[in-house]
Structure formats: C-alpha cells, structure tokens
Design a protein around this ligand. Structure first.
Ligand code: ZN
Length: 87
C-alpha cells in the first residue's frame, strides 16, 4: 500500500518540468469544465473568457450555479424535441 500522507513535492517537481497532467473531473456546461491535475491535485476551471484559471471556492460556486442553469436548459431542449417529434 502506498502512503497518501507523503508530501507531494516530487509530483510538483514533475509538473514544473513537464507540465500538469489535467483530467476533466466535471462537465459544468458544454464549454465550462473542471480539471484536476493527476500528479499534484491542482484544480482548474474554465472562466468566462474561456481560459483556464485556479478553481477557487468562488468559481466552484459560479460553476454550481452554471451547472444548474445548464441542466435546466438541457431538460427544456429535450422536452421541446419530444413535443416536436410527437406532433
Ligand atoms: Zn500538476
């Protein structure tokens, strides 16, 4: 078993050298996603300009709101498509 309490300095060093290894952890909307670095666990998100920025608690909040609006919109689009195909 690997200990997870070890400081992650080697990982950070790796990231500094080779760049972060970001994986999408959450699809907030079609264009906004949350990412976590598989090495150092640094978290990023897409901001309003479509650029990556640090995932701060503020952005987490914004993303939660966006996700709610987005899923409502998707639900409405699906409902409309259903109406159209039923007509
Ligand atoms: Zn990293």
């Amino acid at each position: 078993m690997k200990s997870s309490t070890r400081p992650n300095l080697p990982q950070r060093f790796y990231c500094d050298l080779f760049g972060h290894n970001y994986k999408v952890t959450k699809d907030v909307t079609e264009h906004v996603k949350e990412y976590t670095c598989a090495c150092c666990k640094r978290e990023l998100t897409t901001n309003g300009n479509g650029r990556l920025t640090e995932l701060t608690p503020k952005f987490r909040e914004i993303n939660a709101t966006l996700a709610r609006i987005y899923s409502n919109k998707l639900a409405r689009m699906r409902a409309r498509r259903f109406e159209t195909s039923a007509a």
